[in-house]
Design a protein around this ligand. Structure first.
Ligand code: AHR
Length: 499
């Protein structure tokens, strides 16, 4: 193993923006075993009286999800929300076309609200803009948010939910740019439909916030034109533009994969530019922010269709150390782009493309469970504009990138700071000086590290703790400086406090 050196310069006055708590959101779709056998499994020995799996709830609580987006995904574009409310024995079983599965509708909007309460997360609901009508979208807002005295509010009460659910965040469709989407539309058609839907939904409840479908990824032939056109149509009625992106290492080019932050930043920067352009073009005073409401590593090729079965095994990825380091970088990018990125939802929270898996009554936390948990628990207050002086690592896809990928947060209210550092080198440990430039008297609080020598190392049912976040002896701070040796292929979290 070789060794290099680096410096990380921190200054609590050099801030980017307030970190939106909603950056630590998740996504739960009626797909595979995310809802059924993941969240909801009445026959499990872990089930509570509502059929929710308490072991999964505990894991999700530990990850401190702030919001959960539901019910899809591609599923959303064929979903009639009325199928999922009311007495369970009367709910229809249907062929679900997006994932070619059988949907029992035993879990629906009200069960989802109970789930969100159980993990203390804000619900983010989607309305169907594929096969669905604007009226149905508006009716769902009525059902969820009107206190009483309308047909749908009273229907909700008759289903056992007298108090309104007060759903604030609403996705107006899902990936409507994709030809795979049920009811796919062209950008201008979608922008106009989404505008009218959001307009009526906001007339129904002016307190809601709405999310417009952006491009499904940056490889779409219509990207970023789709975003521009849809935004031009719907700008004044939207609060966020959605981004989706799944990363992967298909070519087994680990140095490039470990530089994925370059792609993530570029995607945000381009859409940030589109937002500014449309705001100017529309002569608007209104702001629209970004909602990265599907993100994850996904490429290993598990089946995507369910042969008309209930809760089929779909897209159950295995995550290794390099995947976890990409997730850690993604979270760093969220902080570094916090001026424009206000919502993010990992896709998905359990079983489907997820770092959390169930098997019968067992549960497995995969490698990338830990970076999310560490960042969501510690990133608070302001994102800091950190200066990094580090050697460069060569990559095939993105030229050279700094060996360290870093972000930091500082909360002036508590004096707590957190520093998140990925060492993306496969070979070099990096002796890193942390230098506080603002004269704060800093004391190190805690340190954790996730690391390993094999980028392909994964947690398995037989060896569930091969790669976890382990506590470290925190380096001492003296005269505004601390030194830490960061091993290759590692993610390190340091927390400090100051008076
Ligand atoms: O998260 C899985 C799928 O990926 C979602 O249903 C869809 O929106 C995306 O293509």
């Amino acid at each position: 193993m070789s060794q290099t050196t680096a410096q990380i310069l921190l200054d609590s006055n050099r801030t980017i923006a307030e970190i939106s708590p909603l950056l630590f959101g998740g996504f739960a779709e009626h797909m595979g075993r995310c809802v059924y056998e993941g969240i909801y499994e009445p026959k499990s020995k872990h089930a509570d009286r509502d059929g929710l799996r308490t072991d999964v709830l505990d894991a999700l609580r530990a990850q401190k999800y702030t919001t959960v987006r539901y019910p899809g995904g591609n599923f959303l574009s064929g979903y009639n929300w009325l199928d999922g409310v009311g007495p369970k024995e009367q709910r229809p079983r249907r062929r679900e076309l997006a994932w070619q599965s059988l949907e029992t509708n035993q879990f629906g909007t009200n069960e989802f609200m109970g789930f969100c309460q159980a993990i203390d997360a804000a619900p983010m609901l989607g309305v169907n803009m594929g096969t669905g009508a604007i009226q149905a979208a508006c009716d769902l807002v009525d059902y969820c948010n009107t206190p009483s005295g309308t047909y749908y509010a009273d229907l909700r009460a008759s289903h056992g939910y007298a108090a309104p659910h007060q759903v604030k965040y609403w996705c107006v469709g899902n990936e409507m740019d994709g030809p795979w989407q049920m009811g796919h539309l062209e950008a201008r058609e979608y922008g106009a439909k989404a505008r009218e839907a959001a307009k009526l939904m906001r007339w129904m409840d002016p307190s809601i916030q709405t999310i417009l479908c952006g491009s499904s990824n940056d490889r779409m032939p219509t990207y970023p034109e789709w975003d521009r056109v849809a935004l031009e149509e719907a700008w004044e009625h939207m609060d966020y533009l959605s981004m989706h992106y799944y990363a992967g290492n298909r070519e087994n080019d680990t140095p490039s994969f470990l530089a994925s932050a370059v792609v993530f930043e570029h995607f945000v920067d381009t859409l940030d530019g589109v937002l500014r352009y449309v705001k100017a073009k529309n002569r608007s005073k209104h702001d629209v922010y970004l909602s990265w409401d599907e993100w994850q590593v996904w490429y290993k090729g598990d089946p995507m269709q369910g042969n008309w079965t209930e809760a089929p095994h779909l897209c159950e990825e295995t995550y290794n150390l390099e995947d976890a380091l990409v997730v850690a970088q993604w979270l760093n990018v969220f902080l570094r782009k916090s001026h424009v990125l206000k919502i993010a939802c990992v896709a998905q929270i359990v079983n489907v493309i997820s770092w959390l898996n169930t098997r019968g009554d067992e549960m497995l936390k995969q490698t990338s469970f830990y970076p999310f948990m560490l960042v969501s628990n510690h990133a608070r207050g302001q994102a800091l504009d950190v200066l990094v002086r580090a050697p460069q690592v060569a990559t095939k896809l993105y030229d050279a990138v700094p060996v360290l990928d870093v972000s930091a947060s500082y909360d002036p209210a508590t004096g707590k700071e957190a520093i998140f550092i990925v060492n993306r080198s496969l070979t070099d440990s990096v002796v890193t000086d942390l230098l506080w430039q603002d004269g704060r008297a800093v004391t190190m609080s805690e340190a954790w590290q996730l690391a390993g020598s094999d980028p392909k190392a994964a947690n398995t049912w037989e060896h569930p703790n091969a790669i976890t976040a382990k506590p470290l002896a925190a380096p001492a701070v003296k005269d505004g400086k601390a030194t830490i040796q960061l091993p290759p292929l590692s993610f390190t979290v340091l927390t400090t406090h100051s008076a």
